[in-house]
Design a binder for this molecule. Sequence first.
Ligand code: SAH
Length: 345
Amino acid sequence: MDKIELNSLGLDELRSYMVSIGEKAFRGEQVFSFFNSRMGLNLDELQVLPLKLREDLKENVKVNEIRLLKRFDSKVDHTKKFLFLLEDNNIIESVLMEYSHGLTVCISTQVGCSMGCSFCASTKEGRIRNLTPSEMLNQIYFIEKNIGKSISNIVLMGSGEPLDNYDHTMKFLNIIHDTKGHNISYRNITLSTCGIVPRIYDLAKENIPITLSISLHSPFDDVRTEMMPIGKKYKIKDIIEGCKFYEKTTNRRLTFEYTLIEGVNDRKEDVDELRRILKGTNSHINLIPLNPIKEYKKDRPSLSSIERFQKQLTKYNIQVTIRKEKGMDISASCGQLRRDYLSNE
Ligand code: SAH
């Protein structure tokens, strides 16, 4: 049987674990804050625990560690990309971005992805495996240690589909938010999904007011399904219903991501249909100019077409922003770095 990952456990689980091995519950709290507020990794450093307990833990549980493979620093802005090596030699990537409101880390939730979106580099070899909670946490803790600063915002927009790794993602959110741990407000966390409808309802009922961001990319089911195979399973109408439920339950404004692709989803009819389907939502559209990858032979529209698209939406009173590109010189788009690295090695 696999050993328990000590740094994937929440506070209550750690308390119960300690009690289950005949220790006092407060030992669980000590371990939790060691991992999550002091960002410890090595049980040997956990000096507050008696030596005997440390030795027992070393024998019976594991502490998951990630190692840095390579850091890429953008020369055009302060974006940094991190390629990490996991214990089973899988590779994942995370991105650190600087905004006026603080530092944001974009983390991966899976190694690869099984969603198959045609324009996305993360999914080209399918999903290799889910990340554990500690592997998500460690991306953040490692980066903070590496740069010597605290981050304020987290986006689950790296490789993987977070709602396809639901339980680990929920555990991660619970741990990173814990006041005895890293104490990151749910409002500073955004989860991006391709739209797995039943999980949107589950997420709404978790009572955690994170920002939900939906990768919409087209208001028409046939066009969207061409780009995103998940569209065969979940129709736009049902996604929007789920979003409305999310909005009502959590009182949070929604975001729709919209990757602009020339001639595919940048037409006037797209604007009109977007207006129709988003009616009655309190939402915001984030336009992302396509980052071309070699497997997808399409382009982003010209800057003037992107701005025209934005203006047309604004005219309909839809709030819309164009995503500012970060780290263009270090292939900062979803899964590109890992893929480049693997194909070069
Ligand atoms: N699985 C989640 C997170 C994916 S990445 C989701 O589907 O939302 C975050 C965003 O980047 C998604 O909206 C995704 O569709 C988009 N994206 C992926 N590859 C891209 C590319 N090459 N150009 C522009 N946007 C891309």
